[in-house]
Design a protein around this ligand. Structure first.
Ligand code: SF4
Length: 398
């Protein structure tokens, strides 16, 4: 007897060669299966847009593979069966955000300008100045060494020029802090004018004066902590003597298991409350492979909403909406790619340039090997580590 198999609107069905994956974005259930030739036509029919996620079935004529697949779909609530002809239809999860971006690319008119301003939500400003250290700013918030630095007025003018109500966050990363006056002036002025501001200061730059400015109640500062002798000495002295230590948040950079163990011990010893561990690639491939790369268990344990799966298909959720100003006045969507403009450009032109050139905001997992992998849209968006490592994936699977 003819029946109709329909997948639920929250179900994603992905096929890559002989691998198939069912994922329900509401229950977070997921099941891989072997997409044999007899299953392929059933699955392809389900995915054919005009069929609205439904397919006619005749269970008495099922192959063993088809029976097993349909049983899985029903048992794990990826879909349901109704009598033929079907009364219930389901809409496959389709992308709308991608259409928005295409429309935006095809519409050069300035009237669209206000619309695209909403995409820019976060600015990071590297104040610059001398700082001897590696080029870790290419991976995370870390001081950028430069001969010149931005004055407080230049930073304020830039923020005034690029201002829009959609910018929700400004990060300011210091290199060497030459003068406390600069720090006082900047923090005072930004309290009045900007959206949420987060300051990043390397632990080596801490002094009594710097600490007193950056630990004010209405100032948020993240201390960049690096495992090297000069930094460890300053950090330990500060933690041992300063009661305001929990006014800071801490970014602990990690390049090895030893460094992780050290930070973990410090966190426990000083009861540090707000902290993050940030892996840093520095010729430590084995460490990355063991602790940073995703394995199959990590991926099958992910619980992503339909919204996030869509986002992975259309935009890079690590980079989307973010721009970076380096001390030479150039602006980047990704500091590992060429600049998209300079600080005098209008925000409209900067956003348009990035949408056009796509150095970061829409870099998704559409390259080999991810494009041939069933986990393509479950995995996190590509990140800086992949660029630094020269790889398109960050997993132990392919
Ligand atoms: S990183 Fe790419 S290759 Fe690795 S599991 Fe994710 S999608 Fe597949």
């Amino acid at each position: 007897m003819k029946q109709v198999l329909t997948l639920l609107p929250d179900t994603f069905l992905w096929l890559k060669a002989s691998a198939g994956l069912l994922y329900n974005a509401k229950t977070f259930e997921k099941d891989g299966f072997n997409c044999t030739p007899s299953l392929k036509s059933l699955c392809s029919a389900l995915l054919f847009v005009d069929n609205l996620y439904s397919v006619e079935i005749e269970p008495e004529n099922f192959t063993a593979d088809e029976a097993e697949f349909v049983d899985l779909v029903i048992r794990k609530k990826y879909g349901f069966i109704t009598r033929h002809p079907a009364k219930a239809y389901s809409l496959p999860p389709v992308l709308s955000i991608q259409n928005d971006i295409k429309k935006l690319e095809n519409s050069p008119s300035k009237s669209f300008g206000e619309d695209i301003l909403k995409y820019l939500t976060t600015l990071t400003i590297y104040a610059g100045g001398r700082f001897s250290g590696p080029l870790y700013y290419r991976q995370t918030f870390y001081p950028f060494h430069s001969e010149s630095c931005l004055e407080d007025l230049e930073i304020l003018n830039f923020l005034g020029h690029i201002h829009s109500r959609y910018i929700k966050k400004v990060n300011i990363v210091f290199s060497h802090i030459e003068s406390t006056n600069f720090l006082i002036s900047l923090t005072e002025k930004l309290k009045a004018t900007a959206p949420a501001v987060v300051y990043y200061c390397h632990v080596r730059e801490l002094s009594d004066n710097v600490t007193s400015v950056l630990t004010q109640p209405d100032v948020t500062t993240i201390l960049i902590c690096e495992y090297e002798p000069a930094s460890l000495k300053v950090l330990n002295d500060f933690l041992a003597s300063d009661e305001s230590r929990n006014s800071f948040e801490f970014n602990f950079l990690i390049r090895s298991q030893t460094e992780y163990n050290y930070w973990e011990h410090l966190v426990a010893q000083y009861k540090i409350q707000l902290y993050r561990y940030i892996p840093i690639y520095d010729n430590n491939y084995a460490f990355f492979k063991q602790f940073v790369f995703l394995n199959e268990e990590d991926i099958t344990n992910t619980r992503l909403s339909k919204r996030i799966v869509f986002a992975h298909q259309a935009v890079n959720i690590n980079f989307f909406g973010k721009l970076v100003l380096l001390p030479d006045g150039l602006i980047y969507s990704n500091v590992n790619k060429p600049p998209i403009g300079c600080m005098q450009d209008s925000p409209y032109d900067l956003i348009k340039n990035e949408l056009h050139r796509n150095f970061a905001w829409r870099v998704i997992r559409d390259q080999e090997p991810c494009s041939g992998c069933v986990y393509q849209w479950l995995c996190p968006s590509p990140c800086q580590y992949e660029l630094i490592l020269g790889k398109n994936n960050l997993c132990t699977i392919k």
